[in-house]
Design a protein around this ligand. Structure first.
Ligand SMILES: [Zn+2]
Ligand SMILES: [Zn+2]
Length: 442
């Protein structure tokens, strides 16, 4: 069993190489005989845990392939590699730990799971990744003939791409359509795939640990795959369908078709008693202001957790991808992943871009006003402070002056009394002397 201890020179260098993200150095150092991949540092952390915490993807991949124990649990506070990955905020590394068999139910020394820890530090994408995780082995039984089956229910080569699809967090139908466009093999096997998804949905609801989330998700994907495959059969591509999903209505640009598609899918969910479904239906029937929350936002929150997608204004307007970097250069009010997403949305956005530009201008002016006011306010405070300091200084100087004067007066007073005393002493002495002399003379 591994022991917590002072690390050897080589061990220390392995950790340093992980910090520097230097994979080849880690590989070279671990060749040292007797070292092993799961040595512990003085807090009980393994190299994999260090690599997970720093989101060193390639090093994590290498350490796991080299047999590192993903559930090593000697850390002082009971943290596992999954917890460190979740704290790092890196979704890919988090999934890698799960795929390597990390136990998501493990708790640290204060009883928190990795998902709870990630939520605590605001890494909501990692929370969603953990809560939604579908293991890469999850489709294995469908890729091999079972019982009397002559052929498997799913062609083997589809499994990895379907696992990737099931692990998606973005529920926007446009994003899912992009995925299907990139993986036409799903559309070409749509009947088999959607049937397997239906089975996964049923299994999730009938399992001992019922998972409404997984059931809802697989059902939703099956709906989209069925719809997309119909289009694909007719047109041999999804371009027109994706355009129609992105298109917004004239009054406010709201994409009605995708909203309808999601609501229809919810209506067809075969488990109407599901609490998660009932909650969503309730929220959809009681829309707050305007079109919010839209069906896609509600679905995404139901599946990924309430805090997921909290910064909606940072998402791609077209496909809902989080933290989109590009903005419309004319109005700076909408974000997109890239030129492709922007181009798709232009026919809708052009109806609002000018107005949004005016709105943006107003917001900027308002911000400028607030900024100026803030600056003015700060300047006033500064001036008051300075005035206060001046006054304080004056007061201090005055106080010092008075004190000096008092000191001087006190010393004068003492001086006088001292002089007086001395005078008296001298007087006394001379009196005494003259007295003595007088006595002698007599
Ligand atoms: Zn996008
Ligand atoms: Zn614009």
């Amino acid at each position: 069993m591994a022991q917590k201890k002072e690390m050897s020179g080589t061990e220390r260098r392995v950790i340093e190489a992980i910090v520097d993200d230097n994979l080849s150095e880690v590989q070279a150092l671990l060749l040292e005989p007797g070292l092993g991949v799961d040595f512990l540092d003085d807090t009980g952390m393994t190299p994999l845990q260090h690599a997970a915490f720093r989101a060193r993807r390639e090093i994590c991949r290498f350490l796991l392939a080299s047999g590192s124990d993903v559930n090593s649990n000697y850390h002082d506070n009971g943290y596992t590699a999954l917890m460190f990955a979740a704290l790092s905020g890196n979704v890919e590394v988090t999934r890698m730990m799960l795929d390597a068999g990390a136990n998501p139910d493990h708790t640290n020394s204060v009883g928190r799971t990795a998902a709870q820890m990630a939520a605590f530090v605001g890494q909501h994408q990692c929370v969603a990744a953990i809560n939604n995780f579908f293991p890469s082995s999850g489709l294995d039984i469908y890729t091999k003939p079972q019982g009397l089956e002559k052929e498997p229910r799913l062609p083997q080569h589809l499994a990895p791409v379907l696992v990737k699809m099931i692990n998606m967090s973005n529920m926007n139908p446009v994003r899912i359509a992009y995925f299907l466009q990139d993986h036409k093999e799903i559309l070409e096997n749509s009947k088999k795939v959607s049937r397997v998804f239906d089975t996964l949905c049923e299994k999730a609801m009938k399992a001992r640990d019922t998972s409404d989330i997984m059931a809802l998700k697989t059902h939703y994907f099956a709906t989209i795959i069925r719809r997309a495959s119909k289009v694909y059969e007719e047109k041999q591509n999804l371009d027109g369908w994706i355009k129609s999903l992105v298109r917004g209505r004239e009054s406010d640009g709201f994409p009605e078709l995708q909203d309808k598609l999601i609501k229809q899918s919810l209506k067809e969910f075969p488990y109407p008693e599901s609490e998660l479904l009932q909650q969503m239906v309730h929220n959809l029937a009681n829309p707050r202001l305007g079109t919010h929350p839209s069906a896609v936002v509600l679905l995404s929150q139901a599946i990924n957790g309430q805090r997921y997608g909290a910064n909606e204004e940072e998402d791609c307007t077209t496909c809902g991808q989080m933290r989109a970097e590009k903005k419309c250069s004319a109005c700076k009010m909408v974000r997109y992943c890239d030129a492709y997403c922007q181009k798709l949305h232009w026919s809708t956005h052009k109806m609002f871009c000018k107005d949004l530009a005016v709105k943006h201008q107003k917001i900027q002016e308002q911000k400028q006003r607030e900024h100026d006011e803030e600056a003015k306010h700060l300047a006033e405070i500064e001036a008051q402070k300075r005035q206060g300091e001046d006054e304080e200084l004056n007061q201090k100087m005055e106080d010092t002056h008075i004190k000096d004067k008092n000191d001087a007066e006190t010393s004068t007073l003492n001086g006088e009394s001292e002089a007086e005393w001395n005078r008296k002493v001298v007087q006394d002495a001379s009196q005494l002397q003259s007295l003595t002399q007088a006595t002698v003379e007599t």
